[in-house]
Design a protein around this ligand. Structure first.
Ligand SMILES: [Mg+2]
Length: 259
C-alpha cells in the first residue's frame, strides 16, 4: 500500500489532476473514486478564477464524481468571501469573467466600473482586451485595494497551456510596479486553512495533491501537510530539476496511488 493512503484527508486540485477544462482526466477521476471508496475525506480546492463553485460542481459531477458544493473551495468563492468579510457591500471592479462576477455578487458585493471602485479584483479573463486592460490599469493606479484570485502563471487547458491570472498580474506589475495586496488562491494560506477547516483534520493527517509545484506543493508545505505532485497537468518530471520546493511524492496520476 502507498504510504500516503494512511492519511485520512485529501485536498485535491481540479485542473490538471481530475480534468482539463471540460474533459475529465480518467486516471485522476479513477483515483478520486478509489479514495472515496477507501473512506477518505476529500475537499477539492481550485485556483480556477473563471468558474464559480456552481460551475465546478457541475463539472465534477459530469466527470462522474459524487460531490456537493461543500466539498469544493474555489478561488472565486474564497475571494468574494474574503472581501465581504473585510468590507460589506464593497464596490468592486473586476477583470474577471461571469463565474467570478457571480460569486462577487452572491457575497453581496457591488460590481462597478473602475472610477467608482474600492477594490480591484483581478481574475483571468479569456476575452481580455485592450479596453479591459486599460480599465484595470487605471483602477490599479488609483491605489485601491488590489486582490488577486490566484497567482497562476499558466493554466492547463485541453489543447495545451494557456495564460493564467498571471497574464494580468504581470502586465499590471510591469506598468505600475504594483503587485496584489492579497492573493487568495494557492499557495496562499487563506484558501488552504479554509480547506483544512472543511476537512476537520489537522495538517498531519492530510495530503495535498496537485499538478503544479509552485502552486500546489508550496501550498501543501505552507500548512505542513504531505504533498503529492501528479504529472497529468502542467509540471513534468523536468520541472523538478529547476524546482526550489520538492513534493514528498511524485506519481504519474492520482490513480498510481493504488498501483
Ligand atoms: Mg492544477
Amino acid at each position: 500500500m502507498h504510504p500516503l493512503l494512511k492519511k485520512k484527508g485529501f485536498i485535491i486540485d481540479i485542473d490538471g489532476v481530475v480534468g482539463r477544462s471540460t474533459e475529465p482526466i480518467e486516471e485522476g477521476v479513477r483515483g478520486v473514486l478509489k479514495l472515496l471508496d477507501a473512506g477518505k475525506k476529500i475537499v477539492f480546492v481550485s485556483n480556477n478564477s473563471t468558474r464559480s463553485r456552481r460551475i465546478l460542481l457541475e463539472r465534477l459531477k459530469s466527470f462522474g464524481i459524487p460531490v456537493s458544493e461543500k466539498d469544493i473551495i474555489s478561488a472565486t468563492h474564497a475571494t468574494a468571501s474574503f472581501i465581504a468579510k473585510e468590507k460589506r457591500k464593497a464596490k468592486v471592479f473586476t477583470t474577471g469573467e461571469a463565474g467570478l462576477q457571480e460569486e462577487l455578487v452572491n457575497a453581496g458585493l457591488t460590481l462597478v466600473d473602475y472610477q467608482d471602485a474600492e477594490y480591484l479584483v483581478v481574475g483571468s479573463n479569456r476575452n481580455l482586451d485592450y479596453n479591459l486592460m486599460t480599465k484595470a490599469l487605471r483602477c490599479c493606479l488609483k491605489g485601491v485595494r488590489y486582490i488577486a484570485t490566484n497567482p497562476d502563471r499558466i493554466f492547463p487547458s485541453d489543447d495545451g497551456p494557456t495564460p493564467g491570472t498571471g497574464l494580468i498580474i504581470g502586465a499590471l506589475y510591469w506598468m505600475t510596479g504594483r503587485m496584489p495586496d492579497v492573493v487568495i488562491g494557492k499557495p496562499s494560506k487563506v484558501i488552504m486553512l479554509e480547506a483544512l477547516e472543511r476537512l476537520g483534520l489537522g495538517a498531519e493527517d492530510v495530503v495535498v495533491v496537485g499538478d503544479q509545484i509552485e502552486v500546489d506543493v508550496v501550498a501543501g508545505k505552507g500548512i505542513g501537510a504531505s504533498t503529492l505532485l501528479v504529472l497529468t497537468g502542467v509540471d513534468k518530471k523536468e520541472s523538478l530539476e529547476k524546482a526550489s520546493t520538492f513534493p514528498d511524492y511524485v506519481l504519474e496520476s492520482l490513480d498510481s496511488l493504488f498501483m
